[in-house]
Design a protein around this ligand. Structure first.
Ligand code: ZN
Length: 203
């Protein structure tokens, strides 16, 4: 399976990082080795001083497809989970400056938190799926899917023009504003429609 991540999909987040709002989806991949095993704490790697959390809605692909139109895109995903796209912001900034790929900053071990549970799309609100992230009990990010620049169908359609989507592939759909640094001892809790989806200890 592969993990595809959409960048800059919320206007306020693009602004907070000083990026232009994109005219088509920006995406990159994480390897499957990036998945943080269930129940494990997140260990800050020794090569970075600036790990940021990015909470994101995660789509699970459950039908193989390519060149999927927006109209038919809903047939290709059936459930939504919640994840964190951990990012070494210091490393990413250096790579960006040099025009280099982001994998070191985005694809390292443990950088993909994915909820165990995925909620069937039909039991979620159509237009605005609410999600949030708490750091040590304080809300740091909150948004709904209605705030996305590119919606689920546009994302699935766009990505599938470049990469065949396979059953089990996951798409991180971008993070809203409020990203920030984690420190050892922090506890990150993610909620989807008010339901706790994960709790991660940072070490
Ligand atoms: Zn992200």
């Amino acid at each position: 399976m592969k993990i595809i991540c959409i960048g800059r999909n919320y206007a306020e987040h693009a602004k907070e990082l000083g990026n232009a709002v994109p005219t088509e989806p920006v995406f990159f991949c994480k390897p499957d080795s990036a998945i943080l095993p269930k129940g494990n704490p997140f260990y800050i790697p020794d090569w970075t001083d600036d790990i940021h959390y990015e909470v994101e809605l995660v789509l699970r692909i459950d039908r193989l497809g390519k060149h999927i139109t927006e109209e038919f895109a809903p047939r290709y995903y059936g459930a939504v989970g919640l994840g964190i796209d951990f990012t070494a912001r210091d490393v990413q900034d250096e790579l960006k400056k040099k025009g280099l790929p982001w994998e070191k900053a985005k694809g390292f071990d443990g950088s993909a938190v994915i909820s165990q549970e995925f909620i069937p799309i039909e039991s979620l609100p159509n237009e605005a799926i609410a999600f949030s992230l708490y750091k040590n009990g304080e809300q740091v990010q909150a948004a709904t899917s209605a705030d996305m620049i590119f919606n689920f169908n546009q994302i699935v359609s766009h990505v599938s023009r470049y990469m065949t989507l396979k059953i089990g592939d996951l798409i991180f759909t971008g993070t809203p504003s409020g990203v920030g640094k984690v420190s050892p001892g922090d506890v990150l809790t993610g909620t989807l429609e008010g339901k706790q989806m994960f709790q991660i200890k940072v070490k």
